[in-house]
Design a protein around this ligand. Structure first.
Ligand code: NAD
Length: 487
């Protein structure tokens, strides 16, 4: 049987790519070939940008309240297709169906918030800045924007940007991850049904060639990127050279600090979900568990954590009883196994070895790992410093909170940090001092809602304005000052 090939969506039409290079998309839980993703050419990207550029003047002149009505219709379609959208995410990525439902919900919330654009895009004014003279600031769209997306939230991440961009009156091109492109194809089926004018939204499948094209094309006004730190650096540098606005959200190595007074039994569900949810393939995943306290406190925390991690049911995410799905592809699994081996070479103690598979059901083992927990991890080890992006927890120790915060600051990332404590003073000190874009207090996954901005610090973010919320409305608009006097 012929394998389905994904298409691009350009100028309101589904079109076959002209490329002869395709990537196989494989269900990581079952090993089955799902479809092929085209690695589109620069010419195909150029035609999408041209369509977006041509659609821009009329779209910009469509009143914001009318633009928002398209988003209301999109919300209805997303709700109607909620289950199907979630199943696609699990099938191509591997995450559990419950995690996919969470992703779908979060994606819809972006559209809901973006549909408030008649309010959120408003400027401000002051009468009588001098006698008989008024001044006001208006926010205007800029033109064509793009999103270069990662594999790990294949449905949601482009929705951090697309609905806000078009609500502001811009037009848009999405380049999905070539590892998990199906969720965006599904989303674009719904965008097609919404009946937006042709060219307002476009999707071009592909890899670095298409991404670089977004940054080099003279009609592209700005680029949004979510992915690993080395690629984020490349994007940020290149957008500087070509004079584009840029948001580049990057990699992570998140600490979770457990203070001696933490309510560890109540915290455990949140901790386990943070470290092993999405098989650790989240930029907000816990990675380093930093325990403060004496030997007794330490043993109590770590024993409970290891016991809970070992009990996680690993298997096909479509099985409702499964709590952790596979790694998204074989190469990633091999990379994670390599990190485990390096951790052993560096002298850490592997208390729970997730390479010993224990799966729910009869499944090919290619992409699976069970949770791993390392103890005796020190800050000089790669386990503590490098992003693993898999179900591997490193446990470290600190004498007090000051030391814990100092330890966090030696690691180059700053996406999120959390503390578990009942002590308000410690919590406040942590919130005040820690260098991280998202801070959790007795919260393990610090995921900002759609109406708050989302960005990291240090090597986890490059740019100024963040995705989501007020920041992204500002990113997708330019302010213009008008001063008026009437004779
Ligand atoms: P990745 O950097 O490999 O790829 C991201 C995107 O960049 C893809 O669309 C890919 O095709 C493109 N790309 C890859 N190499 C490129 C190159 N040389 N030039 C131009 N474009 C290129 O990231 P990934 O593996 O898909 O995603 C996982 C990473 O994303 C992790 O590091 C994770 O922490 C990070 N992430 C960050 C956030 C955040 O908000 N900070 C959110 C989700 C994921």
């Amino acid at each position: 049987m012929a394998v389905k090939r994904l298409q691009n969506y350009i100028n309101g039409e589904w079109v076959d790519s002209t490329t002869d290079e395709f990537v196989e998309i494989i269900n990581p839980a079952r090993g089955e070939l799902l479809c092929e993703c085209p690695m589109s050419t620069r010419a195909e990207l150029d035609s999408a940008i041209q369509a977006a550029q041509e659609a821009y003047p009329d779209w910009r002149n469509t009143p914001p309240v009318a633009r928002a009505r398209y988003l209301h219709r999109l919300i209805e379609l997303l709700e109607d297709n909620f289950n199907e959208l979630s199943v696609v995410q699990t099938t191509e990525h591997g995450k559990t169906i419950d995690e996919s439902r969470g992703e779908t919900r979060r994606g819809i919330e972006m559209v809901e918030v973006a549909s408030g654009i008649p309010t959120t895009m408003q400027g401000f004014n002051l009468e009588d800045i001098a006698h008989g003279i008024d001044e006001y600031a208006i926010y205007q769209p800029l033109g064509v924007f793009s999103c270069i997306a990662p594999f790990n939230f294949p449905f949601m991440v482009p929705l951090w940007f697309l609905p806000f961009a078009i609500a502001c009156g811009n037009t848009f091109v999405v380049k999905p991850s070539p590892r998990t492109p199906m969720s965006q194809s599904k989303l674009f089926e719904m965008l097609d049904d919404v009946g937006l004018p042709p060219g307002v939204v476009n999707m071009v499948n592909g890899g670095a060639e298409v991404a670089d094209g977004c940054m080099e094309h003279p009609d592209m006004k700005g680029v949004t990127f979510v992915g690993s730190t080395p690629v984020a650096r490349h994007i940020y540098k290149k957008c500087g050279e070509t004079g584009k606005r840029v948001i580049a959200q990057a990699g992570a190595k998140n600490f979770i600090v457990i203070m001696p007074d933490a309510e560890i039994d109540k915290a455990m569900v949140s901790l386990i979900s943070s470290f092993f949810g999405n098989a650790g393939q989240r930029c907000l995943s816990g990675a380093n568990l930093l325990v403060v306290g004496d030997d007794k406190t330490y043993r109590n925390v770590v024993d409970k954590f290891v016991e809970a991690a070992a009990a996680i049911r690993v298997g096909d995410g479509l099985d409702e009883s499964v709590q952790m799905g596979p790694i998204q592809n074989i190469a990633s699994k091999q990379r994670i196994v390599g990190m485990i081996e390096k951790g052993l070479e560096e002298g850490a103690k592997l208390t729970l070895d997730g390479r010993n598979l224990n799966l729910v059901g009869d499944l090919p083992e290619d992409c699976f790992l069970n949770p791993s927990v390392f103890e005796d991890v020190t800050l000089d080890m790669s386990l503590a410093r490098e992003e693993i992006f898999g179900p591997v927890a490193s446990v470290l120790r600190a004498g007090d909170l000051d030391e814990a915060i100092d330890m966090i600051h030696t690691v180059p990332f700053g996406n999120s940090s959390a503390i578990f404590t009942n002590n308000g003073k410690w919590a406040r000190q942590f919130q005040h001092d820690v260098i991280a874009g998202n801070v959790g207090i007795n919260v393990g996954i610090v995921a900002p809602m759609s109406f708050f901005p989302f960005g990291g610090m240090k090597d986890s973010f490059f740019g100024i304005l963040h995705g989501q919320g007020r920041d992204v409305v500002r990113f997708f608009t330019e302010s213009k000052i008008v001063i008026t006097r009437w004779f």
